[in-house]
Design a protein around this ligand. Structure first.
Ligand SMILES: *Cc1c(COP(=O)(O)O)cnc(C)c1O
Length: 458
């Protein structure tokens, strides 16, 4: 067992739950590029960001030096209600595939919100409350983040205002009602409540909405309302930091049984679950203590890593958020309406973008019909009904296990099972009825959005 550096061990509770998050940036040689002001193109400071974001969260966003950041006791108390999350050996799947590979997955779907997003929602709500704020605003696409934030806000008695992408608002009434059950107010986006929403509605009356647009609305609302700040469920480095609890728990369990992963796989939307799962393992890889392959899995319909450009881009359609250097499709890119499998965000977390650019991580893009086939296969064999997003990772984990069957290699494969699919049955229905389509954007579509990237002077 590689016992050289197990610094996180001093940060474990008796329950083996981490007492500190791990900040991978502290151990990276090439740090991710700083956030820039969308107008002046100067690096954003604590002060610049404080009108929109919570103070302590900005400190975490800008922190590239502290490897471990203590998790406040109040947050740990909440985590205890549903963590540690199970690390499961997929014995039935291994047997069915007749693979010599060992397959493990870390399951984050065991809380009511149904995904890993609660790990960051509770932290963000805590810091907002501690700052004495009245409430927070946010956007949600498929609804998992909005649900998680609604739960977290009700726990800390904070007001929660969610802008939900219009097509999801209409297609997922149950998600909406869960959020309202936890006391959140939910508005379809684009709405008439913000300037940016009104502008987009005037320009595109038939729009189904997009994540980028909902973000702009939530940011505008937060910056114009006293006692409110904006919170985001993915993409930012603070979110990846909170999600490192996934990787730390996994590492603690694997170390205990002397298991070393050869391949770690995660789905990538904005990158938070993947970043959180791989963070401590990547830290070891960077220090030369672990030889492991990391694979990001994305949809072919929104392929930020595999067909995107590494450049500064807007995080939102309204171009009011800071600029982030990332693998991006361009902030004006909107995935085809036929895309039902989640992971629709145009950009990617800046830390993961840097790791990918440094070739420390690989990426593959998969078709949604393959993803749903893998989801169904998995559900029938392992029991758990997976979220479509998570099923991207399942698809590639199965592919890797089948490769081992050919070569006879006994690799240890670990993947992140980020959530359950209970609220995604409309997408499953499309798949079962044979009407699900795969859409691969053309090069022309991609270059049209890339042409609109902001021009940053070097
Ligand atoms: C939001 C979500 C994702 C994608 O977000 P990341 O920030 O890339 O992790 C993946 N799986 C589930 C279940 C989600 O809710």
């Amino acid at each position: 067992m590689s016992n050289k550096t197990i610094p996180y061990k001093i940060y474990l509770e008796e329950s083996e739950m981490p007492r500190a998050w791990y900040n991978l940036r502290a151990d990276m040689v090439n740090k991710p590029a700083p956030l820039l002001d969308p107008v002046t193109h100067k690096p954003m400071t604590q002060e610049d960001l404080s009108g929109v974001f919570c103070d302590e969260l900005i400190r975490q966003e800008l922190d590239e030096t502290n490897a471990y950041i203590e998790i406040p006791q109040e947050i740990r108390d909440f985590y205890r209600m549903y963590r540690p999350a199970p690390l499961v050996r997929a014995y039935c799947l291994e047997k069915k595939l007749q693979t010599p590979a060992k397959i493990y997955y870390k399951f984050e779907g065991n809380n009511t919100s149904g995904s890993h997003k609660l790990n960051s929602a509770i932290a963000q709500a805590y810091y907002a409350k501690k700052q004495g704020l009245k409430g927070v605003t946010t956007e949600t696409g498929a609804g998992q983040w909005g649900t998680a934030l609604a739960m977290a806000c009700s726990y800390f008695d904070l007001d929660c205002k969610v802008f939900m992408v219009k097509c999801s608002y209409e297609q997922k009434p149950h998600r909406r009602e869960v959020m309202r059950t936890y006391g959140a107010s939910v508005t379809p986006s684009p709405s008439a409540e913000t300037e940016v929403g009104r502008k987009i509605r005037a320009e595109f009356p038939d729009t189904n909405g997009s994540l980028g647009c909902a973000i702009s609305e939530a940011v505008e609302m937060a910056s114009k309302t006293d006692g409110y700040r904006y919170v985001l469920g993915s993409v930012l480095n603070q979110v990846m930091l909170h999600q490192s609890i996934i990787g730390l728990e996994t590492m603690a369990a694997m170390d205990k049984y002397d298991i070393k992963p050869d391949v770690i796989i995660g789905c990538a939307g904005g990158g938070s679950n993947l970043g959180g799962l791989i963070a401590p393992f990547m830290g070891r890889k960077i220090k030369g203590e672990l030889d492991c392959k990391f694979i990001a899995v994305e949809p072919v319909s929104c392929p930020s890593f595999t067909r995107g450009t590494y450049a500064y881009d807007y995080c939102d359609t309204g171009m009011i958020c800071p600029l982030s250097k990332m693998y991006t499709m361009g902030s004006s890119f909107i995935p085809a309406a036929t895309h039902a499998g989640g992971l629709r965000y145009h950009g990617m977390n800046s830390t993961l973008s840097q790791l990918y650019d440094d070739k420390l991580m690989e990426a593959v893009a998969v078709k949604q019909t393959e993803v749903f086939a893998a989801a169904e296969y998995f559900a029938r064999i392992e029991g758990t009904l997976p979220a479509p997003e998570s099923s991207h990772a399942i698809k590639v984990a199965i592919d890797e296990a089948l490769k081992c069957k050919e070569t006879g290699e006994e690799k240890t494969i670990l993947f992140g099972l980020t959530g359950t699919g209970y609220f995604d049955m409309m997408s499953y229905e499309k798949f079962h009825n044979g009407v699900m389509q795969d859409y691969i954007p053309t090069d022309e579509e991609l270059s049209a959005a890339i042409a609109k990237l902001p021009k940053i002077e070097k």
